[in-house]
Design a protein around this ligand. Structure first.
Ligand code: MG
Length: 205
């Protein structure tokens, strides 16, 4: 029997059962990613700050603030996820207000701006690229400081350079981060309000 010879079924199509339960609303979530890099400073007085933790006995990084490259990467990933101004616009490196600034405090301000725009951090994952110092002994402390500032879990891991390129020659430290944010269901801020909140934060700071 050929396919065309198969008689069409006279059975009615089974009706799909209609769910009596309402579908749960899918939360609006967004991801952001970032990259930051700082060269080592020639200033012997500079302190190396990574993830909000002092690494005494190591050369500090150059920058307008405390040059905490790990915290900067976390800030920019969060701002990117929420569609806000980036760290350079929010905390200009020509503004004397941020000279020598504690980057953990900048992170707190960025999270405040993010929440004002109607977003809540879900988590941040950061990877730093450097050969020295080893992050492992301070990783838990960095995780605590960053998570406390963000109000959500922040993880930090380190990767060595395999002696490749400028980072392998010990010229600086780089960090990358990814952040996830979720729309606060109780927020009245619209997407346009989100952009406005970022601009207002920039003016006020
Ligand atoms: Mg930076």
């Amino acid at each position: 029997m050929t396919e065309s010879a198969i008689p069409a079924s006279s059975e009615p199509e089974p009706q799909k059962a209609e769910s009596k339960m309402a579908e749960p609303a899918t939360p609006e979530m967004r991801v952001g990613q970032s990259f930051d890099i700082h060269r080592y400073s020639d200033d012997a007085e500079r302190t190396l700050m990574l993830g909000g933790v002092r690494f005494d006995g190591h050369r500090g990084l150059a920058g307008h603030s405390d040059a905490d490259v790990i915290t900067h990467a976390c800030i920019d990933a969060l701002l990117s996820a929420a569609g806000l101004d980036d760290i350079g616009q929010m905390f200009s490196d020509t503004d004397p207000a941020w000279a020598g600034a504690d980057s953990i405090q900048l992170l707190r301000r960025a999270v405040d701006a993010l929440r004002a725009a109607g977003w809540d951090p879900v988590n941040v994952s950061c990877v730093a690229v450097l050969d020295s110092p080893k992050l492992a002994p301070q990783r838990e402390l960095m995780r605590q400081r960053l998570s406390d500032a963000v109000g959500a879990p922040v993880t930090v891991s380190g990767r060595t350079t395999e002696s490749v390129g400028a980072l392998g020659r010990g010229e600086g430290v780089a960090a990358m981060a990814a952040a996830l944010v979720v729309r606060n269901p109780h927020s009245t801020a619209s997407s346009d309000d989100a952009a406005l909140a970022g601009q207002q934060d920039q003016r006020h700071t």
